[in-house]
Design a protein around this ligand. Structure first.
Ligand SMILES: NC(=O)c1ccc[n+]([C@@H]2O[C@H](COP(=O)([O-])OP(=O)(O)OC[C@H]3O[C@@H](n4cnc5c(N)ncnc54)[C@H](OP(=O)(O)O)[C@@H]3O)[C@@H](O)[C@H]2O)c1
Length: 269
């Protein structure tokens, strides 16, 4: 099941920065319409201006709201209906992390992280399916972190594991309906992600060995769109991330566990 992004109408969550904004910019030249969401209107306006500079005939709708909440998601869906927007592509991109242990975490941030990374992604997909024109496409943004348990990022890695599993199953369910589903699993990518994930006490993640994995948002998005067009169910953008994902998938747990323990004992994961 593949999908042609030319003349697409895409609903993109988390479009005000990072990967979401980059999806908007890369779809802009050939898309018919974009519906961009996030909580910050000023940032969405900036992305809109960038997209219009690329394609001045593009129709762009903006909607702000916190999609980690039931009210925020309902507001978004109502705004989509009111605008008469009929997407054929849904990009579930909004997500967040939280660096540090579960014991020292702020419970409210843990909840928001789970609500945004999992609940919002599932319920927006569910609500958008009747609106999605066929042939259609869905891109879900997961992470390389979905391939292994990550002490000091435990909830984030588990939530992305959920996203990958959900997406793979959804791809099978929706193929007969003419909807392609691609799960994009980026490695460390320079966006605002780290700033949001960092705690007020400064607890951070270990960046040791990440240089090998790090690629720009533009490459993550380009590879994600190529994968959707090719009907690929899951993609790990960048050579380093592809190699790491293969390694993590095949590493026996009895070898992985001491490695995780050692890394965690260093005080940094
Ligand atoms: N960067 C990485 O290293 C990396 C690696 C693997 C996977 N990812 C995944 O990539 C996706 C995009 O993240 P990014 O790296 O581009 O980070 P980012 O620059 O922080 O972007 C996150 C986006 O999500 C939106 N968002 C956050 N909380 C929201 C909420 N409660 N309601 C509505 N929108 C919300 C933000 O918009 P507002 O602030 O305007 O609300 C922003 O547009 C996430 O799913 C992330 O887990 C990132």
């Amino acid at each position: 099941m593949n999908f042609d992004t030319h003349h697409c109408s895409a609903l993109i969550t988390g479009a005000s920065s990072g990967l979401g904004a980059e999806f908007a910019r890369q779809l802009a030249p050939g898309a018919t319409a974009l519906f961009l969401t996030g909580r910050r209107m000023d940032a969405l306006e900036k992305v809109k201006a960038e997209c219009l500079a690329i394609n001045r005939t593009l129709q762009i709708h903006l909607c702000t709201g916190d999609i980690a909440t039931d009210e925020g998601r309902e507001l978004l869906l109502e705004s989509v209906r009111q605008a008469g927007f009929q997407p054929n592509l849904l990009i579930n991109n909004a997500g967040m992390g939280d660096y540090g242990t579960v014991a020292s975490a702020d419970a409210a941030k843990l909840r928001t992280q789970m609500d945004l990374n999992m609940t919002a992604l599932v319920l927006l997909t569910h609500a958008c399916l009747p609106l999605l024109r066929r042939p259609g496409g869905i891109i879900n943004i997961s992470s390389l972190a979905s391939t292994l348990p990550m002490p000091a990022m435990a909830v984030y890695a588990a939530s992305k594991s959920f996203v990958t599993s959900f997406s793979e199953a959804l791809a099978v369910e929706l193929a007969p309906e003419g909807i392609a589903v691609t799960c994009v699993c980026p490695g460390p990518t320079p966006t605002s992600f780290s700033q949001t994930a960092r705690r007020p006490d400064g607890e951070d993640t270990d960046r040791d060995g990440q240089d090998f994995l790090r690629i720009l948002p533009s490459q993550v998005v380009a590879e994600g769109l190529v994968a959707l067009r090719a009907g690929q169910a899951c993609v790990y953008p960048g050579l380093g991330v592809k190699i790491a994902a293969r390694l993590f998938h095949h590493l026996p747990r009895f070898l992985l566990r001491p490695l995780l323990r050692r890394r965690f004992a260093k005080g940094t994961v």
